[in-house]
Ligand binder design. Structure first.
Ligand code: PMP
Length: 385
């Protein structure tokens, strides 16, 4: 057992205590079979049922259409963005006979890393827009007339973007889907997965590392358009001098084997399963999204109320509901802010090492009550400094 924590870390992040209590029991003795969920074979009846139930619940929560498929891979967000390029290029070749060019929207630290990885792997990616070039700090998402869109959309193998930039606190509100008809869209939703409703049918691929909203580290989740599982074969790729996808990350192989081509961390998937069950019982994504809007508005309002003390680097229309990034105007007060917060048992508020300042992450498991406590502290700090 534990006292309800007030923890605002960016990930790994808080999970509902009731979920962890059930997980703790299941780690020792899963459904009275006498051994724990981390000890059973991923091919046993119980192991397969964990994978299938998790897929089923995800499909229900996100209303995933027949056209799409869910699968899991060991690893996290980086596993996602580093494996996507080879897979989707092979899909593009199958469809068009051409290698095509991946286009990246760089709206923060993680999409920048994804772009750099595509470059490192030799796929010659191009940039649709780099938002830092516009405001010098990843604090906006400019309107589409400022993007560098190629005249021939057919040359695009896929468009990649990060829906919520965890480090910078920037989140897409409306993606301009209609400007890219028939282009496959890939979205990194690692830090806002299941925080809101999403129209899955608009995407070629959605992926997320589990360790923020839906579980602990070790597993990544994918929702892929089934047609993208049709890929050029090894001979066709060799002919075009395109690298072959390593088998452990080869999406068609993983899907064909129901996410258990190799040993999937069954217990880690089980925790996702329990989080999803909890979310369904709570009322689903409508309820969760509403709660996330209330929490983030509450926190932004209190920070906006004291402009002489706090600075918010992100423009209002794209402020993240998950990662609220702010700085204290007088930077010399940073340590005092953090240590006074700790004294009140409010922790995990230090900003990412690359940008400094503060970051409060209000993932699904952070309650309205806990958000209020943080707001009270922020107000009190402002009044006394
Ligand atoms: N994408 C996003 C949006 C993230 O927030 C993170 C991790 N914070 C990653 C990718 C990388 O995830 P991992 O460390 O699991 O590889």
């Amino acid at each position: 057992d534990r006292e309800e924590p007030n923890y605002y870390g960016a990930g790994p992040a808080l999970l509902p205590t009731s979920v962890l209590q059930q997980a703790a029991k299941d780690l020792i003795n899963f459904q009275n079979i006498g051994i724990g969920a981390g000890e059973i074979s991923h091919r046993s009846k119980a192991g397969v049922s964990i994978i299938d139930q998790t897929k089923e619940q995800l499909t229900k929560l996100l209303d995933i259409p027949e056209t799409h498929e869910v699968f899991f891979l060991q690893g996290g967000g980086t596993t996602g963005f580093s494996s996507i390029v080879a897979n989707l290029t092979a899909s593009h070749i199958k469809k068009t006979g051409k290698i095509g060019t991946p286009y990246y929207i760089i709206d923060g630290t993680w999409s920048k890393k994804a772009y750099e990885e595509a470059e490192r792997l030799g796929y010659n990616p191009k940039i649709l827009v780099d938002t830092k070039k516009i405001d010098g700090k990843f604090g906006t998402i400019p309107s589409i007339d400022k993007w560098d869109i190629p005249s021939n959309l057919n040359e695009i193998s896929f468009i990649y973007y990060c829906d919520n930039e965890t480090v910078n606190g920037v989140e897409f509100r409306n993606f301009p889907f209609d400007k890219f008809p028939n282009v496959e869209l890939v979205s990194d939703m690692s830090s806002n997965f299941l925080s809101k409703k999403v129209d899955v049918s608009k995407y070629g691929l959605i992926f997320a590392g589990a360790q923020k909203n839906v579980g602990i580290a070790g597993i990544s989740i994918y929702i892929i358009k089934k047609s993208l599982l049709e890929q050029a074969n090894v001979e066709e790729l060799k002919k075009l001098n395109v690298p072959i996808v390593p088998i452990a990350f080869h999406y068609p192989t993983v899907v064909k084997n129901d996410s258990a081509y190799n040993t999937i961390p069954t217990f880690t998937v089980h925790i996702v399963n329990l989080v999803l069950k909890n979310l369904i019982e709570k009322g689903g994504l409508n309820v969760q999204e509403e709660e996330n809007i209330i929490k983030s508005n509450m926190l932004y309002d209190i920070l906006d109320k004291y402009p002489n003390v706090y600075k918010l680097p992100v423009s209002k229309d794209v402020r993240s509901r998950m990662n609220i990034v702010f700085t204290i105007k007088d930077g010399s007060l940073d340590n005092e802010f953090l240590s006074e917060a700790e004294k009140k048992n409010l922790s995990g508020l230090k900003g990412h090492r690359s940008v400094g300042g503060m970051r409060a992450s209000l993932y699904n498991a952070v309650t309205i009550k806990s958000t209020k406590l943080l707001c009270e502290f922020i107000e009190e700090f402002a009044k006394t400094h």
